[in-house]
Design a protein around this ligand. Structure first.
Ligand code: ADP
Ligand code: NI
Length: 218
């Protein structure tokens, strides 16, 4: 049985739905759908292989340690899935390379992805942490992990030192400085960076208004 690309993408979407539809940590199925949409847009502008980008986007969080209780086993399930879809060895290996380098935290993902498609999917995932959606996700995640929204004693705007950062567990607002406001400069593709710039401005304006409201100024 040979499947069309459209059928294979549909199956990847079903697989992602099964894994993600109950998630409350900010990696729900609709995060996956948004990353696929971002990946399609960037792939078009970057001249990347849209099928590979969309496949990797659908599968990118399935074996993530934040979602899977057994990432090794989940990785094997993804490989098995790709074999069942009849993908070539080359395509399977490419997709696996993209998702494993994206989902391994810390040291392993310090290097930018090797291929254009990997760069596109990493940008697509990062974009979902930015802008209006990024703000919603940071608040949702903070509720999920019982972090407060904000505590002025923890953060003096972006003046927080490494020692201060290590000595507290942070708030939703500190996460903007820990990670979100840094992502714009880490984008891999020109179009990804262009999208990130717009979303970055939304977050800066949001924080400005947030502090003004906090102080009762507006
Ligand atoms: P990814 O899986 O894309 O690498 P993360 O798991 O780090 O991203 O984050 C998922 C979502 O949860 C993001 O939108 C991010 O802003 C939010 N998030 C992650 N860590 C924190 C945190 N410590 N405090 C608040 N929000 C967080
Ligand atoms: Ni993701």
């Amino acid at each position: 049985m040979i499947f069309t690309k459209k059928q294979i993408l549909g199956s990847a979407q079903d697989f992602a739905y099964q894994v993600h539809h109950n998630d409350t940590s900010g990696h729900d199925f609709l995060h996956i759908e948004r990353v696929v949409n971002n990946a399609k847009t960037i792939a078009k502008h970057a001249g990347a292989d849209s099928f590979i980008c969309q496949m990797a986007a659908y599968l990118h969080d399935i074996a993530d340690e934040k979602i899977s209780s057994d990432p090794e086993k989940s990785t094997q399930q993804i490989i098995q899935f790709l074999i069942e879809q009849g993908l070539s060895t080359e395509d399977r290996e490419h997709i696996m390379e993209i998702i494993t380098t994206m989902s391994f935290r810390g040291g392993a993902n310090k290097q930018p992805p090797r291929t254009l498609e990997g760069k596109v999917v990493q940008d697509a995932d990062r974009l979902d942490a930015l802008g209006a959606i990024g703000i919603a996700r940071v608040m949702a995640y903070s509720g999920h992990t019982a972090r407060p929204i904000h505590d002025p004693s923890i953060l003096v705007r972006d003046q927080m030192t490494v020692a201060e950062y290590r000595s507290n567990r942070g708030t939703a607002v500190t996460h903007f400085y820990e990670k979100l406001l840094k992502l714009k400069d880490l984008m891999n593709t020109d179009y990804g960076r262009h999208m990130a710039e717009g979303r970055h401005r939304v977050m800066e304006e949001y924080l400005e208004q947030f502090y003004a409201e906090w102080d009762g100024e507006r």
